[in-house]
Design a binder for this molecule. Sequence first.
Ligand SMILES: *Cc1c(COP(=O)(O)O)cnc(C)c1O
Length: 373
Amino acid sequence: MMKWIKDELYKRETSSLYRSLPSPMIQNLKVIASSNNYLGLAKDKRVINAAKETILKYGTGSSGSRLTTGNFAIHEQLEKELANFKGTESCLLYSSGYLANLGVITTLSNHETIVFSDEYNHASIIDACRLSQAKIIVYKHNNMVDLESKMEKYKNHSKKLIVTDGVFSMDGDLAPLNKLSFLKEKHNALLIVDDAHGTGVIGSSGRGTSEYFSTTPDVIIGTLSKALGSEGGFVCSNNIIINYLIQKSRPFIFQTSLSPGNIGAALKSLHIIQTEKRHVILREKANDLRQFLRKNNYSVPNGVTPIIPIIFGKATMALELQKQLYNDGIFIPAIRPPTVPENTSRLRCTLMSTHSNNDLNLIKEAFQSVAIL
Ligand SMILES: *Cc1c(COP(=O)(O)O)cnc(C)c1O
């Protein structure tokens, strides 16, 4: 009965697509430049203590869905503070960013809906689109001419969504929210932005890509698991859309609400983000490393995020460099097709505001000393 599974596995093992879990030993390396814990808050003593206190007060599990026994004052408080942070009327928590995308896109669409989706959108958006009954139109990455010509063809449809990442996770570039807002107004669509990598990081006070572009999309999706150092997802929007999700969104209705520890941690992180300028320190470190790598003739695109892709093209070269850096005690993963397009294999470096000057010097020295084949 297991034969077909074994056969499939063997096929994978003998191809370059085989995945295995990285050794937990990487946690002991000198420098990890690959974490989503952008502001170091997942290990901040104050955040850890806040999680402990909420666990002591409310317990380890919330033991029910929000619509039954799992609605605590801290859930509502975090929603209020997130809405405030993003400048929207309302907010709704989900168990993860992944499920927030599933919940929003499947609920805000039906068989009459056209969803326009950037070709580089996160897997959770792609899965949400597949699960929805909508017609999916993929447009070229950040290409507004392509998007507009595709929207033009569906001029007479009344239900349209544009869905995009705010920060694209493999290239660290931003979606042009100003232009997308213009197009969505012109074509009477709703704009949904997944700001998983932007929240706490981008914009003058770290509120995300909407702050960077001074525009508020109809729906902003986020995660508590990156800069906020916790776990969980959220949706910020107007009262009508949030109410609609409460009525109809299955990943919201049928899931146990977020556990108290996660909420306590996220609340504390949100306060720290708004009082300390960690995102500014992070931006300076990322700019500095970008400039250094470019001076040393590495191919690094311009950017304003802590995601720094170092492009090599050939997968073998990216893998070899990953190995050499690893031997120097540094973890920066190689990313290959199909995760990224052919001939754009890369090392994907992400910095944290808590990387020390010594950490950064170790990274720089390693890049200077590696032998590029
Ligand atoms: C990480 C990520 C998610 C998933 O968030 P989780 O809370 O980890 O489920 C969704 N969208 C984007 C763009 C992400 O980078």
